[in-house]
Design a protein around this ligand. Structure first.
Ligand code: NI
Length: 173
């Protein structure tokens, strides 16, 4: 397992649509392991493969704190939403690719997702609240969509300008 650098916005790679994974083999499991390590070290609660530069349809989600013994990550390969609730929730959201930036985003309260697990077995997961939000956020990454694409252009530009400025300051530090 290797911690990979996380791509931060604005970066054209984050706009790329990820490709379906044909077979969950050892190379895919290695990718999932690296994603998990990278997410846990950040720390974060979710990561999509494109965030470490791999345009492949895979996400990792884990809501437990890193020190939690009950920690159980979800590995979702080729996830697709098969059902979403009519009820929607407005809630604050952040992203490892937009460090220290947050905005309120509307998402369905509950979803049912079909995917291939770490072993390549087809699974369905019913998720609610934060888990649903996190899965949908990571699935957006697979379509090249960031949480700021759900908010107003004005708010989005403010956040993106802050990120450009932060990067410039980092480069000159
Ligand atoms: Ni994100």
């Amino acid at each position: 397992m290797t911690i990979r650098p996380i791509i931060t916005a604005p970066d054209p790679r984050l706009k790329v649509r990820s490709e379906t994974i044909a077979v969950v083999d050892d190379s895919v499991r290695q990718l999932l392991d690296d994603m998990y390590e990278t997410m846990a070290a950040a720390p974060g609660i979710g990561l999509a493969a494109i965030q470490i530069g791999q345009p492949r349809s895979a996400i990792v989600v884990c809501l437990n704190a890193p020190e939690d013994e009950e920690r159980r990550p979800y590995y979702l390969v080729n996830p697709e939403v098969v059902w979403r609730s009519d009820e929607e929730i407005l809630h604050d959201e952040g992203c490892l690719s937009l460090p220290d930036q947050f905005a309120e985003v509307v998402r369905p309260a509950e979803v049912r997702v079909r995917y291939l697990d770490y072993e390549g077995e087809e699974q369905e997961l019913h998720a609610a609240e934060l888990l649903a939000r996190c899965i949908l956020h990571e699935m957006d990454h697979l379509q090249g969509v960031l949480f700021v694409d759900h908010i107003s252009v004005i708010k989005r530009n403010i956040i993106l300008r802050k990120l450009v400025k932060a990067r410039r300051q980092q480069a000159s530090a």
